[in-house]
Design a protein around this ligand. Structure first.
Ligand SMILES: [Zn+2]
Length: 90
């Protein structure tokens, strides 16, 4: 048995380090609040994270369009700000 260290080969090989997912650093918190939005134009429905709604409210306030209710969200189907909040209280 003749074992040769293949140092040259491993030197040529690029180091591939896996990137640790940053989300693992955060402890499990409460699930984010999501709101159902629906587009009256193309009937697209989706759950919108409250963080996104906060941003939309901020943008509406900035434009002076905020009316104190749920803002409209951009629709991925129409590419317009047509998504409206669906009140699910029943
Ligand atoms: Zn739409």
């Amino acid at each position: 048995m003749s074992w040769k260290p293949s140092g040259e080969e491993s030197m040529r090989r690029k180091r591939h380090e896996p990137i640790p997912p940053e989300s693992l650093d955060e402890p499990f918190g409460p699930p984010p609040e999501e709101y159902l939005y629906r587009c009256p134009v193309c009937s697209e429905e989706m759950l919108v994270n409250e963080a996104i709604i906060d941003v939309a409210i901020g943008a509406a306030k900035f434009r002076g369009e905020y009316q104190g209710r749920m803002p409209t969200i951009g629709c991925p189907g129409c590419n317009g700000e047509t998504m409206e909040y669906v009140d699910q209280e029943s």
